[in-house]
Design a protein around this ligand. Structure first.
Ligand SMILES: *Cc1c(COP(=O)(O)O)cnc(C)c1O
Length: 376
């Protein structure tokens, strides 16, 4: 027990690995034996399994979640100077990919409850951008901490303004909206297999999902240097962005235990909320949705004090994210909705992510957290 108290992990990849260690070792060995390290059979097999898991028509793997967003923007033919609407409260990659292709990330405020892009702020930003003569092309709908976006509101806004939706599901693989995988939402959905994400590999990895045959063909070409009929036929400017065969082999093993892990995360989140609601502001999941619980993120005042008391009791926490993107040196020159992204900035002072992983002893931990709260 004491040992457990002293070693609470924020994310426990070691505990996760232990029961599947042999399967992982064997999977890596098989790749070493066949030697097809680039686009080997495991890559195709994993893509097939992703399709089965999400029920989306096409899955295309790539090198990481940031590349996945870049590839999505390229597949949608977003041009230099065109606008992509991005929530201000997210990991930098959601905006970085836009800026990197020469398009303009236009920052939109988020909803203070869901932490996701706010439909009202989005509508305002769309009007303002067009008044300035900017051409809006797409929305990046980030499912922050695993929580699906308000698609019933976003869909009509996108279609009435001629905007495509890219869902940044880097944190939300496994989440559902209206009973379906959120990989079904938007024109293209992107995800990441970075080790700390809900489905993580042991290195970098990413994937894209689409129901469109045409976008699937483009994505497949774009990730392979813009290839056409064969490898040395290059019909467009693309990228080198492939998932390693070794990582695909690892992901096949980890996808096997993923459904069980997902239900553990959901039950842990439920127990956290039962214990902490009323004492802290616990996460709000949109109606009709289920989160993948990449993070369990509460809102609190006196965050720094609470955080250091938790740390003194051996409870690790992380602030995702300490700054809104509109406050970041590298991003504050990009346009934003008039009045600023105040909810995002406020959240950056209030949010605190608690330990979350499928092997967490949440009952013990919640007791400890309540104890800390009582003595603050
Ligand atoms: C992790 C993350 C990414 C980037 O994924 P990488 O695989 O690290 O490149 C993009 N968007 C969000 C919201 C993320 O959390």
């Amino acid at each position: 027990m004491n040992e457990y108290h002293e070693n609470i992990a924020f994310i426990d990849l070691k505990a996760q690995l232990q029961p599947i260690r042999n399967d992982i070792d064997n999977a890596i060995s098989r790749v070493l034996d066949h030697g097809q390290f680039i686009m080997g059979p495991e890559v195709k097999e994993f893509e097939k399994q992703l399709v089965q898991f999400t029920q989306v028509k096409h899955a295309v793997t790539c090198a990481n979640g940031t590349d996945a967003i870049t590839l999505a923007l390229m597949a949608l033919d977003i041009q230099h100077g065109e606008v992509v609407f991005v929530p201000s409260f997210t990991y930098v990659a959601s905006a970085e990919a836009v800026a990197l292709i020469g398009a303009v990330p236009y920052f939109v405020d988020v909803d203070p409850e869901s932490f996701n892009i706010c439909p009202n702020s989005l509508e305002m930003a769309i009007k303002e951008a067009s008044k300035c003569g900017l051409v809006g092309k797409a929305i990046i709908a980030v499912e922050l901490f695993g929580n699906p976006c308000a698609y019933a509101a976003l869909g009509p806004i996108a279609s009435s303004n001629g905007l495509k939706i890219i869902v940044d599901a880097a944190q939300s693989f496994g989440a559902t909206y209206a009973g379906e995988s959120t990989a079904m939402q938007g024109d293209i959905v992107t995800t990441s297999f970075f080790p700390a994400k809900p489905l993580g590999c042991y290195g970098d990895g990413g994937a894209l999902f689409t129901n469109s045959d045409q976008l699937h063909d483009r994505l497949n070409s774009l990730r392979l240097h813009g290839k056409g009929e064969y490898k040395y036929d290059n019909i467009r400017v693309g990228m080198n962005s492939r998932l390693d065969t070794v990582q695909a082999a690892i992901l096949i093993e980890k996808l096997r235990i993923f459904p069980t892990e997902l239900s553990s995360r959901r039950s842990i989140a439920k127990k956290y909320t039962e214990a902490l609601a009323g004492r802290l502001i616990t996460p709000q999941i949109s109606v009709g949705s289920s989160s993948s619980w990449a993070q369990y993120t509460v809102k609190c005042n006196q965050r720094e004090k609470f955080r250091s008391e938790l740390s003194a009791s051996g409870i690790p926490t992380v602030v995702y994210y300490p700054l809104a993107l509109t406050q970041q040196e590298g991003y504050k020159h990009f346009p934003k909705v008039s009045g600023g992204t105040l909810n995002a900035e406020k959240l950056s002072n209030e949010v605190l992510s608690l330990p979350m992983h499928p092997n967490l002893n949440v009952k013990e931990l919640a007791k400890k957290i309540l104890n800390v709260l009582e003595n603050i």
